[in-house]
Design a protein around this ligand. Structure first.
Ligand code: PGA
Length: 260
């Protein structure tokens, strides 16, 4: 990571885990062991129904709470969807958009674009997930897939709006598998994401954007992944369900090797 130009961000993606009661318990344990230092921003993306409880539970900590999905329409007959206003009113400050687990059911590059624009308009920070499947990697088209996902997600945004965006590179083959990308693989694609942004916007915008890595990040591999120059943080699933593991990843972001 490069702290001169951008923020280090350690974000939990709780997925469909943690009831409001469990979130409260997590926060209680987290507070006992959380480091005092401020070397990274900490985010917890909770299930929609858990957001208000998580916001309350993490009050007086440095943790900000986010959602895991949002709809782009403001209100209306969209059964089961959640609007940006609802997230904001519940206390969320950011939202994951385009996670591969959503792309596998309904999300497209186009809906990711609509959701990103809606989130920014509402003052929510979008955490846009991109990533290739194993087949795409084996066929040698990972770079093309990633640049299309990146360009589609942020098409139409202005440069000031782009400064609010966070990207997360999450290779599908690394999510929940216990097989993380090597630091070199993660760097190569995170660098490519930045280069794509540079081309679509400019060098200043590209330099300022935090790009996270996600996919089986844990306390033992976090420091070496975070040591790569274009990896500015992590989006963590499984390991973020346990307060101690989550805290150890936050601590790993402060290792000397992760600092440059
Ligand atoms: P994982 O999930 O850390 O369990 O691999 C990451 C994610 O899907 O965001």
């Amino acid at each position: 990571m490069n702290r001169k130009y951008r923020k280090c961000i350690i974000a939990a993606n709780w997925k469909m885990n943690k009831t409001p009661t469990e979130a409260k318990e997590f926060a209680k344990q987290f507070k006992l062991i959380a480091p005092k230092g401020r070397w990274c921003d900490i985010i917890v993306c909770a299930p929609a129904i858990t957001i208000p409880a998580a916001v309350r539970a993490f009050k007086e900590t440095r943790v900000t709470v986010g959602g895991q999905n949002v709809y782009w329409k403001q209100s209306g007959a969209y059964t089961g969807e959640i609007s940006t206003d609802m997230l904001v009113d519940a206390g969320a400050e950011c939202v994951i958009i385009g996670h591969s687990e959503r792309r596998s059911v309904e999300e497209t590059d186009y809906s990711v674009n609509l959701k990103t624009a809606a989130a920014i308009k509402a003052g929510l920070t979008p955490i846009i997930c991109v990533g290739e499947s194993l087949q795409q990697r084996d066929l040698g088209v990972a770079f093309d897939i990633i640049s299309t996902q990146v360009k589609m997600a942020v098409a139409g945004l202005t440069k000031p709006q782009m400064r609010k965006v966070i990207f997360a590179y999450e290779p599908l083959w690394a999510i929940g598998t216990g097989v993380n990308a090597t630091p070199e693989q993660a760097e190569e694609i995170c660098e490519h994401i930045r280069a794509t942004i540079r081309k679509a916007f400019d060098a200043r915008v590209a330099r300022a954007i935090s790009i996270l890595y996600g996919g089986s990040m844990n306390p033992s591999n976090a420091a070496e992944l975070l040591a790569m120059p274009d990896v500015d943080g992590g989006l963590i699933g499984g390991a973020a369900l346990d307060p101690e593991k989550f805290v150890n990843i936050i601590k790993a972001a402060n290792q000397p090797s992760a600092k440059e």
